[in-house]
Write a protein that binds this ligand. Structure first.
Ligand code: SF4
Ligand code: SF4
Length: 160
């Protein structure tokens, strides 16, 4: 099995290669709307060894995981991966993070999905569930034991 890169290795690989061209903030949907969020600046702070400041701020929790920065970077760098690595360390260090994050992770571990299917609202303002729309019930992972074991393996591979 391929060993996952540690968060520190992710920082190093990305920060060293960034030439601060600015393409990532120009394509980031969050930068347009949220003052203070800028993937280029996040990479620059990591290059300066200021990861701790980023992890203590709420800025790393604002990324929507759209991956546009990764797709557009001419140096094949991924601000997205850096942000995920910062989040992993922040959780590991038990730093403050948004309410609901732990519940989402717990739901994935226990049921395989972030949240259970919700009722949808039709144009005629009716609330419909999967059954009334002719859909089968949402499935859990078929082999829960294998699923949980795989998650444990993934988590066990990571080192801070
Ligand atoms: S697009 Fe890539 S090279 Fe340009 S600033 Fe962003 S991370 Fe750095
Ligand atoms: S993955 Fe995050 S940082 Fe990258 S473009 Fe999308 S919202 Fe911005």
């Amino acid at each position: 099995m391929t060993q996952k890169k540690s968060p520190k290795a992710v920082f190093q690989a990305n920060a060293e290669a960034c030439d601060q061209c600015g393409k990532c903030p120009s394509s980031c949907p969050v930068t347009i709307h949220v003052e203070g969020f800028n993937p280029r600046q996040i990479i620059a702070k990591v290059a300066l060894g200021r990861e701790a400041d980023l992890m203590k701020s709420q800025v790393i929790w604002t990324c929507t995981s759209c991956l546009k920065c990764k797709e557009r970077c001419p140096e094949e760098i991924s601000p997205y991966d850096v942000i995920q690595a910062l989040r992993r360390i922040a959780i590991y260090l038990e730093l403050p993070h948004p309410e609901g994050y732990d519940a989402s992770v717990k739901a994935v571990v226990e049921t395989g999905v972030v949240q259970q299917p919700q009722l949808v609202r039709t144009r005629s303002k009716e609330r419909k569930d999967r059954k009334s729309m002719g859909l089968p019930p949402a499935e859990k992972p078929r082999d829960m034991a294998a699923y949980t074991e795989t998650l444990r393996e993934i988590l066990g591979e990571e080192t801070v």
